[in-house]
Design a protein around this ligand. Structure first.
Ligand SMILES: Cc1cc2nc3c(=O)[nH]c(=O)nc-3n(C[C@H](O)[C@H](O)[C@H](O)COP(=O)(O)O)c2cc1C
Length: 201
């Protein structure tokens, strides 16, 4: 059995210990995200996933938005841990924002009314596949990442400050960078026999 891909997906882990370093040039990073997003499958080949790669000041600007929005809803005396978490994301090399072009979803709903209710679910599923492809490709290149969900809190400012089209719906945020530590923390697993069954006879 070939296992390069299976080995790679075991490399991909949630990493919060991210540094402001990248193993890739800006061009390399762009190529990685473009290739992963381009070749991720999507319902009806809709290709509705979108990504915005933020580095440097733009990346830090995103986490400032999150900080500002969260400060409005988290009580001041409980803001410390939140602030620490956001500071760790901000200390990473960059953040990839994942969106779905909702005008494509609505177009498909209009075109194929039989599947109307399915399209939003498929959009989220397709987006998750793109996230996983990018996350795994980053791991292959020695970079760690985590997956965050500060939407919809940050949506308005993201659209305004980064000039993102209004029909791009923010789905997830992925801070990334070279991890500080070599190894990811241990992870526990539910017995796989309970999760995957086979009936091939
Ligand atoms: C759909 C989805 C949503 C997630 N949302 C968050 C999140 O909001 N914040 C976070 O820190 N991790 C988030 N995670 C990461 C999971 O907690 C993590 O993948 C899981 O604990 C397994 O650890 P691993 O990524 O190291 O394999 C999310 C993962 C998935 C697949």
């Amino acid at each position: 059995m070939k296992h390069a891909f299976l080995d790679l997906i075991q490399e991909r882990r949630t990493r919060y210990d991210l540094t402001n370093k990248s193993t890739l040039s800006k061009e390399g990073l762009m190529e990685l995200v473009q290739t992963a997003v381009k070749h991720t499958p999507s319902a009806f080949n809709s290709q509705s996933a979108r990504a915005l790669v933020l580095c440097g000041d733009k990346h830090r600007q995103f986490w400032q938005i999150a900080r500002h929005e969260l400060a409005q809803i988290v009580p001041a005396d409980k803001f410390g841990p939140t602030e620490e978490k956001l500071a760790a994301f901000s200390a990473a090399y960059g953040t990839i924002l994942f969106f779905e072009d909702w005008s494509i979803i609505e177009g498909l709903q209009h075109q194929f009314p039989t599947y109307k209710d399915h399209f939003p679910f498929w959009a989220y599923q397709g987006n998750a596949m793109a996230e996983f492809a990018v996350w795994s490709a980053l791991a292959e290149n020695g970079m760690g990442a985590s997956l965050q969900h500060y939407n919809p809190l940050v949506d308005l400012e993201v659209h305004q400050q980064f000039h993102v089209p209004l029909n791009w719906k923010l789905i997830a945020q992925m801070p990334f960078g070279v991890p500080l530590h070599k190894e990811a923390p241990d992870k526990t697993f539910v017995p796989i026999e309970e999760r995957v069954k086979m009936a091939c006879h």
